[in-house]
Design a binder for this molecule. Structure first.
Ligand SMILES: C[S@@+](CC[C@H](N)C(=O)[O-])C[C@H]1O[C@@H](n2cnc3c(N)ncnc32)[C@H](O)[C@@H]1O
Length: 458
C-alpha cells in the first residue's frame, strides 16, 4: 500500500504519479477522495440532489477524473453504462464533455434525464403556479381522478394520501411538454416514497414499525415522527416545496453550464443489449461508471412504489429485475448445478460458495458473466486508447471474502483491457443497506480501477 495523498491542486501530475507508482509495484494506491477534492464542500451542488437513489456515486470521483486531461478532454464523449441518477453525466456536462447515460431502471433514467437536460426555468416556475391553481380547483370540485394499479396500495398508503397523490398524478399527466412533465414526475416520485409507510432508513420498501424499538429509543422517535408527518398529510404542499427546491438546483446547474453546448442523452435500456445505432462503435473516449455490486442493492425493488405510481414498469417489475445485473431471484432449476466462468481462480471460489449455498454461487456466477458482456460491449464502444474507469467494492459471500475488483480485472483483461491504475477509497458514509442478510456482509472499501483500450498491446 502507498502513502496517503491529501488536498491536491493539480490532478494531472498527481494521477500520473499514481499511475507510475502502480506500474512499478502493481499495488492499489490509497487515496481519500473527499480530501483530494476540497473544491466540493457542499454535496447539494447543482442538480445532484433532485432525487434520492441507493448507492449514488460519490461526486468527488467523477469530478476528479473529469477535471484532468489524461483520460478525456473538453468536447469528448463520456459514457456511464450504469448511470443511475446521473452523477457522472452531470459532472461530465459541467466539465464540458458530451455525455451518454444508460440505465435499465426507468426511474433512474427519468431522474438522470431531468438532472442534466436544460430547461427554461421560467416555464417550470409558470407550471408550478398553474398546478397550484388547478389543484385548488380540483380540491373544491368533484373532478374524477384515476388510481393506478399498485400492489397492496392500502398497506403502503393511507386513503387520504392515495387520493392526493392520484390528483397530483392527473395534473402532471396533462402536461404536454415532455421535459416539463419529466421534471414534475421526478418531484412526484419523491412524494410517492415520502408519504408511504415504507421505512425511510431502508432502501427497499419495508413497512415502518415504531413498536420494534423500545420506548425512548432514537429510532422509535424517528419512526413516530415520520408517521406523524404522513398523518398531517400535507402532500401537495410538500410537492410544491420540492418542485421549488429542484427548480433552484436546476437554475444553479444551468448557470454553471450556460456556455457549454454539449450533447447529453440518456437511454433507458439494458447495456448488454445496447444497439450500435444508439452508441456507435469506437465513439466514446471515456467510460466512467459504478456498476452494481453482487446482490448489494435491489434497484428495481427500491424504486417499486414510484415505478408503479408513474406506470413506468409495464405492469411487470419482475421483467425489469431480470435485466438488472446483480439480481438475486432465480429458480432452483437454474442454480442446482454448478456453473463455471472459465476463469480458474474465480471458479475455485465459486465452487466453495456453491458447497455452502447454491443460490449465492449462481447469483455470483451470473453477475460475473453479465459484467463480462458489459466489458465486451464497452470495449467495442470505446475509441482506441480510450479509458474505462470503474468504481466497485468487494463483499462477503456465503462467509467468503469475495474480491470482486480482482475478479473483474481478470475478466476485463481477458476482454482486452490493460489495467493502468487501482485506487482504494473508504465508503463509510455511502447509502448502502444498513441491514443485510447473513450471507452477504457489509462492503467497507471502494476500489477505483482504470482500464485502457490499449490495442497495441494485444
Ligand atoms: C451503483 S448504481 C449507479 C448509481 C449512479 N452512479 C448514481 O450516482 O446514481 C448501478 C445502476 O446500474 C443499473 N443497472 C443494473 N443492471 C443494468 C443493466 N443491465 N443495464 C443498465 N443499467 C443497469 C441499476 O439500475 C443502477 O441504477
Amino acid at each position: 500500500m502507498n502513502k496517503q495523498y491529501v488536498g491536491i491542486t493539480s490532478f494531472d501530475s498527481f494521477l500520473l504519479d499514481l499511475m507510475n507508482n502502480y506500474k512499478k509495484d502493481q499495488e492499489p494506491q490509497i487515496v481519500n477522495f473527499r480530501e483530494l477534492v476540497p473544491q466540493i464542500t457542499n454535496m447539494d451542488r447543482y442538480s445532484h440532489f433532485i432525487h434520492a437513489y441507493p448507492a449514488k456515486l460519490l461526486q468527488q470521483i467523477p469530478y476528479l477524473f473529469l477535471n484532468t486531461s489524461i483520460f478525456s478532454k473538453e468536447g469528448d464523449t463520456i459514457l456511464d453504462p450504469f448511470c443511475g441518477t446521473g452523477t457522472v453525466l452531470l459532472e461530465a456536462s459541467i466539465a464540458n464533455r458530451n455525455a451518454i447515460g444508460v440505465d435499465v431502471n426507468p426511474l433512474a433514467a427519468l431522474i438522470a434525464r431531468t438532472k442534466i437536460f436544460k430547461q427554461d426555468i421560467k416555464n417550470l416556475e409558470n407550471k408550478v403556479s398553474e398546478i397550484k391553481e388547478l389543484f385548488n380547483l380540483y380540491q373544491s370540485s368533484k373532478c374524477k381522478y384515476f388510481i393506478p394499479m399498485i400492489s397492496n396500495i392500502e398497506h403502503w398508503y393511507d386513503k387520504k394520501t392515495i387520493r392526493k397523490l392520484s390528483k397530483i398524478k392527473h395534473l402532471i399527466e396533462n402536461i404536454e411538454d415532455s421535459q416539463i412533465k419529466d421534471f414534475f414526475n421526478v418531484v412526484f416520485s419523491i412524494c410517492c416514497r415520502k408519504f408511504s409507510y415504507s421505512d425511510p432508513r431502508i432502501s427497499v420498501p419495508v413497512k415502518i414499525n415504531e413498536e420494534r424499538f423500545p420506548e425512548g429509543h432514537s429510532l422509535r422517535e424517528a419512526s413516530s415522527k415520520h408517521l406523524k408527518f404522513i398523518k398531517i398529510n400535507k402532500v401537495f404542499e410538500f410537492f410544491i416545496e420540492q418542485a421549488n427546491k429542484n427548480i433552484d438546483r436546476l437554475r444553479n446547474y444551468q448557470n454553471i453550464t450556460m456556455l457549454n453546448d454539449n450533447k447529453l442523452v440518456v437511454y433507458n435500456t439494458d447495456i448488454k443489449e445496447i444497439d450500435s445505432n444508439l452508441i456507435e462503435n469506437n465513439s466514446v473516449q471515456l467510460i466512467l461508471t459504478s456498476p452494481p455490486y453482487v446482490s448489494a442493492q435491489k434497484y428495481i425493488r427500491a424504486s417499486s412504489l414510484s415505478l408503479q405510481w408513474l406506470e413506468l414498469h409495464n405492469n411487470n417489475l419482475a421483467s425489469l429485475d431480470k435485466k438488472s445485473i446483480g439480481r438475486e431471484y432465480f429458480s432452483p432449476n437454474e442454480y442446482k448445478q454448478f456453473h463455471k466462468t472459465g476463469f480458474k481462480t474465480i471458479d475455485a471460489i465459486l465452487f466453495k460458495i456453491f458447497e455452502k449455498n447454491k443460490l449465492r454461487a449462481y447469483i455470483t456466477y451470473t453477475y460475473l458473466i453479465e459484467m463480462q458482456k458489459t466489458f465486451q460491449k464497452s470495449f467495442t464502444i470505446l475509441k482506441e486508447n480510450g479509458y474505462f474507469i470503474m468504481v466497485i467494492g468487494n463483499n462477503t459471500i456465503a462467509g467468503y471474502e469475495f474480491m470482486t475488483y480482482e475478479y473483474l480485472i481478470e475478466i476485463a483483461e481477458k476482454v482486452g483491457f490493460s489495467t493502468e491504475l487501482v485506487l482504494i477509497d473508504d465508503i463509510k458514509s455511502r447509502g448502502l443497506m444498513t441491514k443485510r442478510n447473513k450471507t452477504a456482509s457489509v462492503i467497507s472499501r471502494e476500489y477505483i480501477v482504470v482500464f485502457k483500450k490499449d490495442t497495441n498491446e494485444n
